[in-house]
Design a protein around this ligand. Sequence first.
Ligand code: PHE
Length: 455
Amino acid sequence: MSNKATSIHGLWTSRWAFILAATGSAVGLGNIWKFPYITGENGGGAFVLVYLACIVIIGIPIMMTEVLLGRRGRSTPINAMKRLAVEAGAHKAWQIIGWSGMLAGFLILSFYSVIAGWALSYILATVSGTFADASPEVVGEHFGALLGSPGSLLFWHTLFMVMTIVVVLRGVEHGLEKAVRFLMPTLFILLLVMVGYSMSMGEFMRGVEFLFKPDFDKITQEGILIAMGHAFFTLSLGMGAIMIYGAYLPENTSIAKTSIVIAGADTLVALLAGLAIFPIVFSNGLEPGAGPGLIFQTLPIAFGQMPGGLFFGTLFFILLSFAAWTSAISLIEPAVTWLVERGFTRMKASVLAGAITWVFGIGTILSFNLMSDVKIFDKTFFDLLDYLTANIMLPLGGFAMAIFAAWLMPRIVTKDELGMGDGPGYAIWSFLVKYITPIGVIFVFLYAIGLIGEK
Ligand code: PHE
């Protein structure tokens, strides 16, 4: 094994540690905040179906690819790709995957942190009784007031960025594993409680139907792009986060099984969130297409009515903030480790990367209030960032990784890393990543811009 690189940033203590960290990265605002609201905006069932298909035929194979690239490269995405390109006799320009990933991570975190700030502020609002017996109007007004206040948004965004940097500067081995091991299962159970509560509401079945009954008239060409983009976003794919976690993965771990477990857990959390939220939406006569505020305008209504709502509500927003936190760490980790490899101390690297992200976040904050009328391509700054990263940069990153691993890396290397023996596993991965994933991504892009399919 002498030709294999080793990681300078340490290794996970076990396969479970990796699973927990990668799940921590995957499960976040994407599942609980974004999935329900984009499902609502894109008409429900058909959108969910496309999203699920993307998880299975694009997401899981790309996750395997990304872990494989990370473990083989044992370095930050930029250096790992450089090293692997040299090893495969390909052009060094493949390191651009690392660069664009780092940029995507930083752009995503700049708005992610603002939304995570909403979650933090809702801990305080819930525990102080703001939502007790509150009507949908009162809950809506509370959310509107938060969005309308750049000062509050800045405060919570700052707090969240500081929290993120504090963990990142101590390094991935510390703290993260333990936090995820304990918090993820608790979040899961709490979502079950919420679903249980939703079941007791009159409109539970309408929620179920909305989520699972596909009506293809309701989904647009752009909706299909959003569904695919979300498969990348929710699994943290296409920007190197999973690659960097893979770089810390011990040698003899099954990449396929691990990826399936992570994708499965992530999908389950999203579907549970949907099942908890839509019945509340319908029972209270709210709009499924309400946009980014959806969970913040619906869940508090339920917490305000249900027995023990103060406790469950507070706990829920604490756990949501934690889930966002573990994702945020992975968004900034590629940039920080890259700076460390350039000679920065971990401390300096974290503070620098964090500060730049923080400044950028101000753009998102203003797009909800003072600059909400400023539109570029008909989108606010926040919408544009979200669209550009999730729907374009991440799929392109995944596309490039697929092409590189399947077409350029020696078969013997990918086969050795995936370690699936001579069963059908390797052949399936290879077929998907060689043909299906790249064609799928291109197809969705062309379809979304109207070059193929009916107008
Ligand atoms: N997967 C995270 C979520 O669903 C977001 C994320 C995207 C994290 C890309 C890392 C990289 O919330």
